[in-house]
Write a protein that binds this ligand. Structure first.
Ligand code: UD1
Length: 385
């Protein structure tokens, strides 16, 4: 059987924990096919030759936004680095498309796998699809129904042109059905980000991986603490929105210490708007292990991130989402997440409820069980045969 080439696209921080378990699972299946005793993935048929190639678009480039995740998650070095860097949405998306098209002219894969909803996701799926190459989208079907959110545009367009749609939660199935997507393109496989979380949680618990001295020092100085992340342009780009959110956060910070690994965009805006750190302990962005360790031990999380809403649900940590909507409703309906909006009073009210011990007890959504990558690889192996 001819070797099948699969490209994995990764560009921004939240992509790395999504590609890692699928690459690992494919490698396991490939080794199984080579007969070295490693368990074969179901559906493999024993003769699969998959060649995995990683394309890093360079959307995120700082060591603490990218390299550290490759190292900690055991992702092989990228085969291609498009080195596009930052820019306006059009600039960044266009640069990725031009650079990736050049790659595809010399190296035509049998399938391109894109994850999530960042600019690299839509740029590479559009480029591949126009060259007649099959595309699989991992984390398909999520909808915030907020077309002012760049990620919502990326999600809708990527789903529209992808051949295989891997869905993380039940709302995704419903959304795709409502949009008229044929059932045979859609597969409910669960959440690959939770595969990564469960694997690394085990490593922390067995002592195989350790958080860094730096984060231990920060966390160790508090009896209990909250973790904050904030980076959405809609929250931090304009002073009239960011300042009231920051006031609410600072007030919560008077009741419980807040650790804030700040995204470069947010740090820059805080300086521009003269927002002082006050009671909030601002630190540089941290790697995967440190973040997982800090969140696991937190009394609560305040965030506008998509991924953290899911991770806190699995860790059972109460989460206040500082957004008007979420594309991940299962974290609210089933998990530990609260949608606060950006109203300072509501943020404070929810924080107080949690601190008074009245947080809801969540459950874990279906298929968030550490086996999503295995399900995905089973389907892909059948697809590319
Ligand atoms: C991107 C994603 C967002 C995701 C977030 C996670 C899109 C549309 N947005 O937003 O969905 O939640 O990543 O972080 O794709 N910068 C650095 N170093 C870096 C990367 C960025 O300093 O390594 C700074 C630059 O000033 C840059 C800004 O951060 O202009 C924003 O980066 P960009 O990739 O455009 O978007 P994010 O806000 O990170």
């Amino acid at each position: 059987m001819k070797t099948k080439v699969i490209h994995f696209i990764a560009g921004a921080r939240p992509n790395f924990m999504k590609i890692a378990p699928i690459i690992k699972e494919m490698e396991k299946s490939r080794r199984g096919a080579m007969g070295n005793g490693v368990k074969q993935t179901k559906g493999n048929g024993g003769g699969n030759k998959l060649q995995v190639k990683i394309v890093h678009t360079g959307q995120h480039y700082d060591a603490n936004m990218s390299d550290i995740f490759f190292r900690e998650l055991g992702i092989p070095e990228p085969d291609y680095n498009l080195e596009v860097g930052s820019g306006s949405h059009a600039e960044q998306t266009a640069k990725i498309m031009v650079a990736y098209e050049k790659v595809l002219q010399n190296d035509r894969p049998d399938l391109v796998i894109v994850v999530g909803d960042v600019n690299s996701t839509i740029a590479c799926s559009l480029t591949a699809k126009k060259l007649g190459i099959k595309v699989a989208h991992v984390e398909a079907g999520l909808r915030s129904f907020d077309m002012e959110m760049p990620e919502e545009i990326n999600r809708i367009l990527t789903d529209r042109i992808s051949d295989l749609l891997f869905v993380t939660e039940e709302s995704g199935l419903k959304n795709l059905k409502n949009e008229g997507v044929q059932d045979d393109r859609v597969h409910f496989v669960g959440n690959v980000m939770i595969d990564t979380l469960l694997e690394h949680l085990k490593r922390i618990e067995t002592g195989e991986s350790q958080p860094s001295e730096e984060i231990r020092e920060v966390v160790g100085s508090f009896k209990e603490y909250a973790v904050l992340t904030l980076h959405r342009p809609s929250n931090v780009d304009h002073e009239e929105t960011f300042a009231p959110i920051w006031r609410a956060i600072s007030e919560v910070g008077e009741r419980i210490p807040i650790i804030f690994p700040a995204h470069p965009r947010t740090r820059a805006k805080m300086e521009t708007f003269g927002l002082s750190e006050g009671a909030v302990r601002t630190i540089e962005p941290v790697g995967y292990m440190d973040m997982l360790w800090a969140v696991k031990g937190a009394r609560m999380v305040l965030t506008d991130s998509g991924g953290l809403q899911e991770e806190t649900t699995v860790l059972g940590v109460p989460c206040i989402t500082i957004r008007e909507n979420t594309e991940r409703p299962s974290t609210i309906e089933i998990g530990t997440n609260y949608l606060a909006g950006t109203d300072p009073d509501r943020i404070l009210l929810l924080a107080n409820e949690i601190l008074e011990g009245r947080a809801k007890k969540g459950k874990i959504p279906p298929f968030w069980d550490g086996k999503a990558a295995e399900r995905i690889v089973d389907i892909i192996l059948k697809e590319v045969q």
